[in-house]
Design a binder for this molecule. Structure first.
Ligand code: 9D3
Length: 251
């Protein structure tokens, strides 16, 4: 499995930095991902290489011009038949399962806006899907495109150090992760749950499942509502909630 990303951006050096370290970098080194950036400024035809214009109807800010964007898309499409994904605050909220669907395509064209956004006619003519990364205001689509690249590189087999880490990731089973500990055994006045030192793997798995269920219930009840819990999970969760309400009453 491998991916090719063609990213349309006024800040190619920013997008390139996503493959400078960590898992995305390893994916590039293993030829599992290819990243190509395309700068709309290189597809302008005027002396000042203008990529933005004032909005029709007035108001603050600038809008990215249609012509250089459409010419950039045209150039990219000579190398890729992929879908054009526009990252924008108006898009559908991106989720792990949406990215898993992207992973079934081999290639993606990621279009990043700057300023107030792009001329709407580019969306009408050239965009297949519009996605947002959440309800907060970025200064452009680049960080969102980098997130798509990062999330997809974790889905590549052989790229993660541990073969099975991707499957154990939070969200793949719909739950938040359990707590993790490593040496030393004592940090300031804090120790480690005894069960993790017991060597009893069945008990350890049960404890981790219980922590995942309990933390998800307390921090992300919306995630838990989507799941159908087994009778065993329900018991683990109710025991967790009892002991965590006891802790609140302690001292
Ligand atoms: C005043 C209206 N704003 C829209 C919410 C203007 C505006 C803010 C930020 C227009 C563009 C941007 C730049 N943002 C992105 O390009 C972007 C984004 C985001 O801001 N939040 C979440 N996901 C994304 S994906 C691309």
């Amino acid at each position: 499995m491998s991916f090719r990303f063609d990213v349309i951006t006024l800040f190619p050096e920013l997008v390139d930095s996503v493959v400078k370290s960590g898992i995305p970098r390893r994916a590039v080194e293993q030829n599992a991902i290819e990243l190509h950036c395309w700068n709309p400024r290189d597809y302008t035809t005027d002396k000042h290489r203008t990529v933005d214009g004032r909005p029709y109807g007035g108001g603050p800010g600038m809008v990215m011009k249609a012509d250089c964007l459409l010419d950039t898309v045209k150039a990219v499409k000579q190398h890729s038949t992929a879908k054009v994904i526009y990252l924008s605050p108006q898009g559908k909220p991106l989720t792990q399962s949406a990215v898993q669907r992207f992973a079934q395509q081999e290639n993606l064209i990621l279009l990043c806006g700057r300023y107030e956004g792009i001329d709407e006619r580019v969306i009408d003519i050239a965009v297949d899907e519009e996605w947002s990364i959440g309800d907060y205001v970025l200064s452009g689509g680049e960080l969102a495109a980098m997130i798509v690249i990062d999330v997809l590189s974790r889905l590549l087999p052989n790229v993660l150090g541990h073969e099975d880490s991707a499957e154990q990731d939070s969200f793949t089973d719909g739950l938040l992760d359990c707590p993790h500990y490593t040496r030393p055994e004592r940090v300031e006045n804090l120790g480690i749950p005894d069960v993790l030192k017991s060597g009893n793997h069945a008990e350890i798995a049960k404890w981790r499942r219980q922590q995942a269920l309990g933390r998800t219930k307390q921090r992300r009840p919306d995630l838990l509502q989507k799941l159908e819990l087994s009778e065993e999970d329900k018991k683990l969760l109710s025991d967790y909630l009892k002991s965590s309400s006891n802790e609140e009453r302690e001292d």
